[in-house]
Ligand binder design. Structure first.
Ligand code: COA
Length: 175
């Protein structure tokens, strides 16, 4: 175990983080971003963030924010640390960044088969607002994307499942 999510730190992703970020990305996703996708996001000044625990990059997130809307393009926790609460603190951080950068609405796409991510987004208060047919590559052809949205003006993040205090580009448009 590398650190405690309650003590995780967040900062802007730098080019020097890309080895660690890309290693986590290819471990975590069956269809990962390329390293160049991250380079492009940094150059396009998307809001690219890393999660640090015990001095190690254990996760990353990428946001695009414009005219009052944020799109979460990537949310990733290193597989060896999934299930310990890092995803929840990372998503909370991304939503706080979105609000800080002026967004009122937050959107993302997710595979219907991605049960952990769907449960995380549901707990944060996201609602399904649409479906993009055949959006993702999949083992048997293509998979739809669910489009989820959260209104930050009325969001009560993770209220339904809060843990007790101290408990443990042409960028692909998916998170
Ligand atoms: C989705 C992801 C970011 C969650 O990160 P995580 O650190 O494992 O999540 P947490 O431990 O913080 O769990 C937060 C919530 O997510 C949900 N969750 C996490 N793992 C789950 C699992 N295996 N099954 C069902 N729900 C799960 C639960 O709602 C959980 O809340 P709870 O602990 O109160 O039940 C992580 O699984 C990941 O990086 N997956 C690969 C990349 C990916 O698919 N990203 C999302 C793309 S849309």
């Amino acid at each position: 175990m590398t650190g405690d999510p309650a003590r995780a730190a967040f900062r802007a992703m730098a080019e020097s983080d890309l080895d660690a970020v890309y290693a986590n990305e290819i471990d975590a996703y069956p269809y990962p971003w390329t390293r160049q996708n991250f380079v492009d996001c940094l150059r396009e000044r998307k809001d690219c963030r890393v999660v640090i625990a015990a001095d190690v990059v254990v996760g990353h997130g990428v946001l695009a924010v414009a005219v009052g809307e944020a799109h979460i393009l990537n949310v990733c926790v290193a597989p060896r640390l999934q299930g310990y609460g890092f995803g929840r603190v990372l998503l909370t951080h991304l939503l706080e960044r979105a609000a800080h950068l002026g967004a009122e609405l937050v959107f993302l796409e997710v595979r219907p088969s991605n049960a952990p991510a769907l449960a995380l987004y549901d707990a944060a208060g996201f609602n399904e607002i649409g479906r993009r047919r055949g959006y993702y590559p999949a083992a048997l052809g293509r998979e739809d994307a669910l489009v989820l949205a959260l209104d930050l003006r009325v969001a009560d993040l993770f209220a339904a499942s809060a843990r007790p205090p101290g408990a443990a580009s042409v960028t692909p448009d998916r998170c």
